[in-house]
Design a binder for this molecule. Sequence first.
Ligand code: UDP
Length: 323
Amino acid sequence: MILVTGGAGYIGSHINKKLHQNGYGTVVFDNLVYGHREAVKWGTLEVGDLSDTDKLEDIFMKYNIDAVFHFAAYAYVGESVKNPQKYYNNNVVNTLHLLDTMVKYNVKHFIFSSTCATYGVPEELPITEEMKQIPINPYGVSKLMIERILEDYHRAYELNYCCLRYFNAAGADPESEIGESHTPETHLIPLILAAAAGDRENIRVFGTDYPTRDGSCIRDYIHVTDLADAHVKAMDYLKNGGESTCFNLGNCTGNSVLEVIGAAKEITGKDIPAVFDERRQGDPPILVGSANKAERVLGWKPQYRDINTIMEHAWKWYCIKRY
Ligand code: UDP
């Protein structure tokens, strides 16, 4: 049995589905603060918070858990700057509860949802795993702290881990059973689609004076189902005796904000009014990651690399969710 913390959230629910497609049984542990009960369509849902160590122990006693996928974390960069307490308590302290319970119950395999935000502003592109990690916000720091803690827990307690550093997770389940739905929504693609659907007036473009081909920020958008595939491969790798390590998960190619809006116009056939706005604090101009290591070591090959495909799946889900 596999424990998926945060399995009711956007990325966690897609991994939960993929685990089932690969024949694994799962128990999802989620406090449903940001997650959605209806996103847990596979496995068993246990509602609880990682701060509740008694409940956590109950789960480890009740189910025969042999691996943990950890997605339960807060992930709003701006909020992390204003309220770091919330981030360090949940993303660090509560993750420690989880790791300590794993150590206690002798569970050896841990797949950690990390982020390219641990790199901060990169000196070189594309970003590779050995580059310096100097995060520029508490969210990124909280994830990096866990990466460091994992190195020590691995050495001391033989806990095996893969840290998966995502670039910009995007898109939705190609079968439209689950998708992206945040409250509040801050992510580019769902906001663009809301503008396309007429659910908001426009999309604000944060910064048009960056040193990029069209002046807007460039990000590496990676389909959430491709992310899910990498997670299952990472667990199989650990179970086959693979070394604990970190992997970037991205497409090694970037799209600017204006290009993403262009793709959305094409896919939806709608007019999407864009308003040029100030830069958003803490946004590096370009983030593009090399996933060569994941391809080489895990045999991972993203299937849905094209921004139009990503957009098409996201739009299908948006339309279903809306009605
Ligand atoms: N962005 C934007 N308008 C929005 C939301 C995001 O221009 O309403 C930009 C943001 O500045 C960044 C990119 O879109 O360059 C992706 O942002 P998102 O919040 O989706 O992901 P992040 O890169 O912060 O993880």
